[in-house]
Design a binder for this molecule. Structure first.
Ligand code: NDP
Length: 295
């Protein structure tokens, strides 16, 4: 019996499955099969053409765009799943959707953990991702050695859905930080301040964030906006965060506004660009670019 299987070799899944393959016999399946074959060549995993072949594994990982695709693959393999299999979903998914998937798996005698990750492409390649896991504690401990293959830090944060809930809020905080930093910096450019110097100041002052420390210097000032995490995926995370709040009757005006702005950005500049490209929209409204003076 293969120990692990990985479904979804995208920006995140490809390197995550690579770390697993260094420690475990690993089956890989991807919608575009050539990526699974390339993975097998690069990491010594075993590419499978038939999705159902992944059910040979004790632990099945998914890292797909949304819970919709996860549910679809679960339904396709469900009749072939062996009781005792643990499904570990690293997608940034929807907590309610995950609870439904977990119930379906439970009917087949299988367990589900939601285990979304943070740390981006670089963290996935380095094997240092932060993983926030929801689900049964015993199942969590059973799966932990496999999860640790690609993780720096692993947290058990609650029952099924809790991992996805924490991830959605984390990414909402990222969305708000990006938007607020962009508004602040276009204002400073209008004041004649070099944004490179402004960022140096902010990054040793109380207004700093991951966005000002990493995204703006590396992606915005350079004008490179390398696409490692799509705007459409961050818009999806923001939507999940708002829907969780709505469901609990929590007023979240800032979160709603940020989610709307990401939807607007998706319509205007497209979802396939990097999430940091949302800054271009705020620049366009201000009529300035956040670029270093003379740079
Ligand atoms: P990518 O778009 O790079 O990869 C998506 C993967 O899902 C690909 O393997 C793709 O296959 C597969 N896929 C898409 N649609 C389907 C479908 N209908 N059926 C089967 N497979 C499908 O996404 P990421 O790796 O960037 O993101 C994956 C998840 O991780 C998302 O939930 C995202 O929010 C989250 N995440 C992303 C981070 C990042 O920095 N990129 C950081 C942290 C979390 P194919 O190769 O055929 O297109």
């Amino acid at each position: 019996m293969a120990q692990v299987a990985f479904i979804g070799l995208g920006t995140m899944g490809y390197p995550m499955a690579g770390h697993l393959a260094r420690q475990f016999e690993t089956l890989v399946w991807n919608r575009t099969a050539s990526k699974a074959q390339a993975h097998a060549q690069q990491f010594g995993s075993r590419a499978v053409a038939d999705l159902k072949a992944t059910t040979q594994a004790e632990f099945i990982f998914t890292c797909l765009p949304t819970s919709v695709e996860v549910e679809s693959v679960v339904e396709q393999v469900l009749p072939a799943l062996k009781p005792g299999t643990v499904w570990i979903d690293c997608t940034s998914g929807d907590p309610n959707h995950s609870r439904r998937i977990a119930r379906r798996l439970q009917e087949a005698g299988c367990d589900f953990l939601d285990a979304p990750v943070s740390g981006g492409k670089a963290g996935a390649e380095a094997g240092t991702l932060t993983v926030m896991v929801g689900g049964n504690r015993d199942t969590f401990h059973r799966a932990l050695p496999a999860i640790q293959a690609f993780a720096g830090k692993v947290f058990h944060v609650g029952d099924v859905g809790a991992g996805h809930a924490v991830k959605a809020v984390n990414n909402m905080l990222l969305a708000i930080a990006l938007l607020s930093a962009a508004e602040g910096l276009v204002t400073l450019v209008k004041q004649g301040v070099d944004p490179a110097i402004a960022l140096e100041v902010i990054n040793v002052s109380s207004g700093r964030s991951f966005s000002t420390e990493v995204h703006f210097p590396e992606r915005v000032l350079t004008r490179e906006f390398p696409n490692t995490f799509s705007l459409a995926l961050l818009a999806k995370d923001a939507r999940i965060a708002v829907s969780m709040a709505r469901e609990a009757y929590v007023p979240v005006p800032l979160m709603q506004l940020a989610a709307e702005m990401f939807e607007m950005a998706k319509q205007q500049i497209g979802g396939d660009v990097d999430h940091t490209a949302v800054v271009k929209l705020i620049e366009a409204w201000a009529g300035v670019e956040i670029a270093p003076k003379g740079g």
